[in-house]
Design a protein around this ligand. Structure first.
Ligand code: CMP
Length: 138
């Protein structure tokens, strides 16, 4: 069935001027953008959004990175959205990402990996409503 996933083009991708190219690839892969904005996460936002990682050694670095500049937050719709989007972005570590994937093309490291994709339908819903009000979804 048609469903939705949540994505962020992370500060590294925005800084390098890759917004257009990444959105082009997302559209060309059959995803419909149902919500989108340029925004910047506060420290509190990032700590809340990534709460599941708070005991990890990289947590501080992750919060620092995700708050250092604007991101593009978006909700994407497609059949099998969560799984297909994770295939499109590739492995967390760009060195392990498949050829042609967004992370292979635009990510520089496991931390600065260009793009986020929800890992489940449940998290897609939680992450979408973290960033968007109902009237911002189309
Ligand atoms: P993402 O899967 O979008 O959400 C969790 C993020 O934590 C992940 O992307 C990476 O940006 C970051 N991350 C995961 N593993 C590491 C690591 N070993 N070192 C630094 N950052 C990491």
């Amino acid at each position: 069935a048609t469903n939705r996933t949540f994505t962020m083009l992370k500060p590294d991708a925005v800084e390098k001027g890759h917004i257009g190219a990444i959105l082009e690839q997302i559209n060309a892969s059959g995803f419909r953008i149902v919500a989108m904005k340029l925004t910047q996460m506060t420290k509190n936002d990032a700590e809340t959004f990534y709460a599941v990682h708070k005991e990890r050694p990289f947590f501080g670095e992750l919060v620092e990175f995700m708050t250092r500049g604007p991101i593009v937050a978006a909700i994407l719709e497609k059949e099998n959205a969560v799984e297909d989007f994770r295939t499109l972005i590739g492995a967390t570590n760009p060195e392990e990402a498949a050829e042609g994937t967004i992370r292979k093309k635009y990510a520089s490291s496991v931390g600065e990996n260009a793009v986020h994709g929800s890992d489940s339908d449940e998290n897609a819903e939680i992450e979408s409503s973290f960033h968007f009000a109902g009237r911002e979804m189309f």
